[in-house]
Structures are given as structure tokens and as C-alpha cells.
Design a protein around this ligand. Structure first.
Ligand code: SF4
Length: 271
């Protein structure tokens, strides 16, 4: 499946349409993630849902950081309308350490309703522009969770292809999550590289937070490193912030390659 995401994809509607039409031509499922600002006028809502009615998953981003720019009634209206039309829609909410899922659902008027099932929470991470936010807002993510997003490849407008759709874009290049460039190398060849990329495979099986802890990449008990180590993508930043930490991470992953192979077979059926 191809997922179109941004920034905000609908600011380049021409490109989005071209990509979606290519997917349709070759029979590939597609999904769209959007902030739903286009739904602030009724005609925008109707047009969008009609144009992309075959969208596999419609992801609507909304959280406290979107709130100053868009009324919660708008993403909720999209969620409701899309669901009523038989589309699969999810409200994707980035949750902070001082927020509570039930309270958020109550605030949105969804608590106890069937649509509450269509709200997915993910914890805020100190990456990208969010690295300027207060440390107190950053929740502590599950320590040993493998990164499932490391099974998704991302193609950026400059042709760079990354082995995930997270912090990899913000890391200094080159880093092990940058798999190649689609303008210079066939994309099938680039995609094939991810299978042999031992550190990427360790991230999707052992998990970035565990790697960072076991490879001793966190030296501070408080401060920037501690905050980064709270989250999976923050941990990748610690792993690949410079040559030394990258090479420690790769050595760790290589030393665990039998375990990584076994976990790939167990989790993903990859032999
Ligand atoms: S945890 Fe690492 S591999 Fe996973 S999405 Fe974040 S940066 Fe990418």
C-alpha cells in the first residue's frame, strides 16, 4: 500500500491526484493522511470524500497542537462522514505526557461511542519541531517495543528513500536509515537493501529503545539524551546522531544478528 502524507498533502492536490491515479492504474491500495482543513467548508468535505472514496485508510491528524488552527468539530465531521460513506477513517492523535486518553475522548464527545474505536493514540516524541517543546510533555514509550514503522519505506520529494517514516528524515545524512535515491538507483534495488540492513532489522525486531540502552548510548540521567531515549524515534536520533554512535549501533545489531533473524521469522514470517 502507498500512503500519501506530508506536511499536508492537500496543499499539492495536483501531485496527490497524480499519485493516486497511478495507484489506481496499477491496482495498488492507497491511504491519505491529512489535517482535514479542506473540510472547513461543506463543499470541500463532499468533494474530498467523493474524489477519494476508494482510499484504503483516511488518516485525520488532530491533537492539542492542531487545536489552535482547526475546530475539533471539523476532523470529527470528517471522521463521521467518511465512516457513514463506508470508508475506513482514523483520527490520529499525538498524546502528551499530561493528557489522558479517556479525557481526550470525552472532550471530543466520543467516549463510549462506536467512533472511539477509530481514534488511535501515539505518544509525542522529541523529534523535528517537537524537540523545542517542554520535556515534561514527552511521555515514556514502551521500552522493548519493536518499531513496526521500520517496515514502511518513505520516498521523499528529493528522491531519497528511507527505511521508515519517522525521525530518519531529520537525521544527519548519510545515516543507516537512508537506503538510496530513487533518481539514481532503481527503487526495487533500494527496497531490497532494507532486508540486508542489519541495524534497520534490529530496530524492527529488538526495538530502538532497547538497542540504545544495551549499547550504552545514553550517558545522561537527565537532559537531552534522557528525553530522546524516552521514545523510539528519539532513540534512533541517539543511535545515529554521529559516526561514533552509528558505528556502536551497527556493531550492536551485528552482534545480535542470530536473534534478529529468529525474531524476523517469528514476527514477520521472513526466512
Ligand atoms: S523508531 Fe527509528 S526506525 Fe522507527 S520510525 Fe522512528 S526513526 Fe524510524
Amino acid at each position: 500500500m502507498i500512503c500519501f502524507t506530508g506536511g499536508e498533502v492537500t496543499t499539492r492536490l495536483d501531485l496527490l491526484m497524480e499519485g493516486v491515479n497511478r495507484c489506481r492504474e496499477i491496482g495498488l491500495a492507497y491511504s491519505i493522511t491529512t489535517n482535514a482543513t479542506w473540510a472547513q467548508v461543506e463543499v470541500g468535505l463532499e468533494n474530498f470524500l467523493e474524489t477519494f472514496s476508494d482510499c484504503h485508510v483516511l488518516g485525520i491528524s488532530y491533537d492539542r497542537f492542531h487545536a489552535p488552527f482547526i475546530e475539533p468539530s471539523v476532523p470529527l465531521k470528517v471522521l463521521r462522514s467518511a465512516t457513514e460513506k463506508g470508508m475506513f477513517a482514523l483520527l490520529r492523535y499525538t498524546i502528551c505526557a499530561d493528557e489522558d486518553e479517556s479525557e481526550i475522548l470525552k472532550g471530543l464527545g466520543l467516549y463510549g461511542s462506536e467512533l472511539a474505536e477509530n481514534v488511535r493514540f501515539s505518544g509525542l516524541m522529541a523529534i523535528g519541531r517537537a524537540s523545542n517543546l517542554l520535556n515534561d510533555l514527552m511521555p515514556v514509550h514502551d521500552l522493548d517495543e519493536p518499531c513496526l514503522t521500520a517496515s514502511v519505506k518513505t520516498v521523499r520529494p528529493d528522491g531519497n528513500v528511507y527505511g521508515c517514516c519517522g525521525e530518519a528524515f531529520y537525521l544527519p545524512d548519510p545515516n543507516p536509515l537512508l537506503l538510496g535515491n530513487a533518481y539514481t538507483t532503481p527503487i526495487s534495488e533500494i527496497f531490497a537493501r532494507s532486508s540486508k540492513n542489519i541495524v534497520l532489522q534490529a530496530i524492527r525486531t529488538i526495538g530502538p529503545r532497547k538497542i540504545v540502552r544495551d549499547a550504552n548510548l545514553v550517558t545522561e540521567k537527565v537532559g537531552e539524551e534522557e528525553v530522546l531515549a524516552r521514545s523510539p524515534c528519539g532513540s534512533c536520533r541517539l543511535m545515529f546522531r554521529n559516526k561514533e554512535s552509528s558505528s556502536k549501533s551497527i556493531s550492536y545489531a551485528e552482534s545480535r544478528s542470530p536473534r534478529v533473524r529468529a525474531l524476523r521469522a517469528l514476527f514477520y514470517g521472513e526466512l
